[in-house]
Design a binder for this molecule. Sequence first.
Ligand code: HEC
Ligand code: HEC
Ligand code: HEC
Ligand code: HEC
Length: 165
Amino acid sequence: MKNHVWRPLVIVLAIVGGILIVRTLLVPKDFGIQERGYMYGWHRKSNEAEWKKYPVKYKTAVICRECHKDQYDDIKDSPHHSISCENCHGPNYDHPQNPLGLKIDRSRGLCIRCHAYLPYKDSARANIPGIDPEKHYPQAECVMCHYPHDPRRSNPKYQKSEVKS
Ligand code: HEC
Ligand code: HEC
Ligand code: HEC
Ligand code: HEC
């Protein structure tokens, strides 16, 4: 065969060989198909231990129940039963050891996010009962009237009368 056929072949072989050498140098020794086989198993074994050490951001209401049974029981049978504690209070992280983790947000913004009236009836969000934030008691925080863990009730902290019977 002529040179002009051999030369490109040598170059292609050199590239493939180069890739194979670089691959053996760069791919970690414990990368492989592991227990779950060819289809889903490809990963680096030592990465499992790394993820186990990764701090869990969000816990669930069941965790909160251990120490905040009152709030848990209040919200359970309320219109807010489907909202997780951490939706309003932020991620648990390592609360209560780390007091910076969880917050209490008493601003109107917390509630308006879900309750500002939406005129477009094509989403689940629009089915949440809405108020007009400019007209619905704009001078006060929502939690001064509505108890957030059962919003049909008035907040015992701020007043005696019922918001809604
Ligand atoms: C191991 C017990 C424990 C667990 C579990 C726990 N908490 Fe707490 N929490 C506490 C303690 C202790 C405090 C501080 C004392 C207090 O205000 O009651 C606190 C305070 C709070 C406060 C008030 C913070 C403030 O600024 O006054 C909120 C809100 C709260 N927790 C929400 C949660 C939520 C939501 C969860 C679940 C994701 C949770 N907690 C899980 C023990 C716990
Ligand atoms: C709709 C938002 C919302 C949800 C959901 C929610 N909270 Fe709250 N939570 C608040 C607000 C706002 C306050 C402050 C209330 C106030 O100042 O009267 C508060 C206060 C608290 C406090 C401080 C003590 C108190 O009662 O004022 C704790 C503890 C707490 N929440 C725990 C929880 C736990 C546990 C859950 C889930 C079972 C939960 N919260 C779900 C909004 C929420
Ligand atoms: C993550 C979204 C979300 C947040 C945040 C939220 N709510 Fe709600 N709220 C809901 C849902 C969902 C319902 C139940 C709607 C239903 O039953 O159809 C509800 C129900 C209510 C109701 C009862 C309405 C009725 O006529 O039955 C009131 C009042 C209310 N919320 C006030 C508040 C207040 C005050 C806050 C802030 C402390 C707040 N909500 C924060 C989603 C939210
Ligand atoms: C001064 C007290 C007060 C404040 C502050 C207040 N509300 Fe209300 N809210 C009420 C009363 C009373 C009702 C029941 C009568 C009515 O519909 O006006 C009500 C009704 C509601 C309803 C039910 C509406 C429906 O169509 O079923 C929602 C949702 C609501 N409020 C959310 C909020 C949110 C969100 C905030 C803060 C942005 C807030 N409220 C602030 C007193 C208050």
